[in-house]
Design a protein around this ligand. Sequence first.
Ligand SMILES: Nc1ncnc2c1ncn2[C@@H]1O[C@H](COP(=O)(O)OP(=O)(O)OP(=O)(O)O)[C@@H](O)[C@H]1O
Ligand SMILES: C[C@@H](N)C(=O)O
Ligand SMILES: [Mg+2]
Ligand SMILES: [Mg+2]
Length: 324
Amino acid sequence: MKKKIAIAMGGYSSEYEISVNSGNLVYQHIDKEKYEVYRAFITEDAWYVLDEQEVKHPINKANFSTEINKLNIQFDAVFNIIHGTPGEDGLFQAYLEILGIPQTASNYYQAALTFNKRDCISILKAFGIKTATNYFLNKGDAINTKEIVERVGLPCFVKANKAGSSFGISKVKKEEDLKTAIEFSFKEDEEVIIESFLDGVEVSVGVINYQGEIKALPVTEIIPENEFFDYEAKYLGKSQEITPANISETDRKKVQEQAKRIFKILKLKGLTRAEFIFHNNEPHFIEINTTPGLSEASILPQQAKAAGISLKELFSNLIEAVDN
Ligand SMILES: Nc1ncnc2c1ncn2[C@@H]1O[C@H](COP(=O)(O)OP(=O)(O)OP(=O)(O)O)[C@@H](O)[C@H]1O
Ligand SMILES: C[C@@H](N)C(=O)O
Ligand SMILES: [Mg+2]
Ligand SMILES: [Mg+2]
């Protein structure tokens, strides 16, 4: 009998559409000779399976099952490609773990930790990983712009602490622009992280569990047309993404080793994509994504291709690993 796989996509955040694009790419390339595959939409309003005729079948949240043509369908595993909450911050993982349904992304604690930029950076700093200097605000905190500038300098990056796809991020050059940027970030999350500007070549490194090993994929260099790798640069073509990156062999090894080390320290699994900027010629960690974008334009599929791994192989490998 074929394993029944639900590709969980959507989510409750601004990244909904990006996740649906990722989910559709997974649906297109997943090995349908090996797996019986369903698209599961996890939205704030409803959870449902969408069939080939675009008919919605509600998901029973008591056991994550659905009914199609009077047949009850219980999934053997979930391919989790939800960006943002609840699939990238651990909520959905915890729910599935309680039900005993395996899923492909990092486990709930690891997801919650990595999706929280402040907490992830704090842990990794203790392991000697270089990062930007940061300043943290909870919603309702007094905003002391002088103190912020004294800590992180200018320009600085004002970011929603728990978000993705560059939603809620601004590069701020003047102290008087800080408040507007902070308010913008608070639209995405109730926490804001403000970071010193890392100035240098930006790279992205996929790290995956592949055939039982932790493997770093070829490195991608990011050259945005805009001031930074913002939404337009990511999804509307306003950047060059060069794989393999045009960096020295020493830098490539260094950043791949660091990305793998982070994967191990944090005990991640599945597909991940870590990001760094070579500031003062040393890789400084920005963040790591545990459900990285998998649309046609996304970086990880480009890296897999450069490594000679087809999407079909990549996805099968991921599904087969969930039981281990
Ligand atoms: N401290 C910094 N210094 C310089 N550039 C930065 C800094 N922080 C973020 N950036 C720029 O902003 C981009 C988005 O930041 P970050 O990766 O933290 O956000 P994200 O929304 O989680 O992104 P993703 O879509 O990869 O999930 C980075 O790729 C980089 O170009
Ligand atoms: C989807 C987006 N957060 C990424 O990391 O690719
Ligand atoms: Mg991210
Ligand atoms: Mg990023």
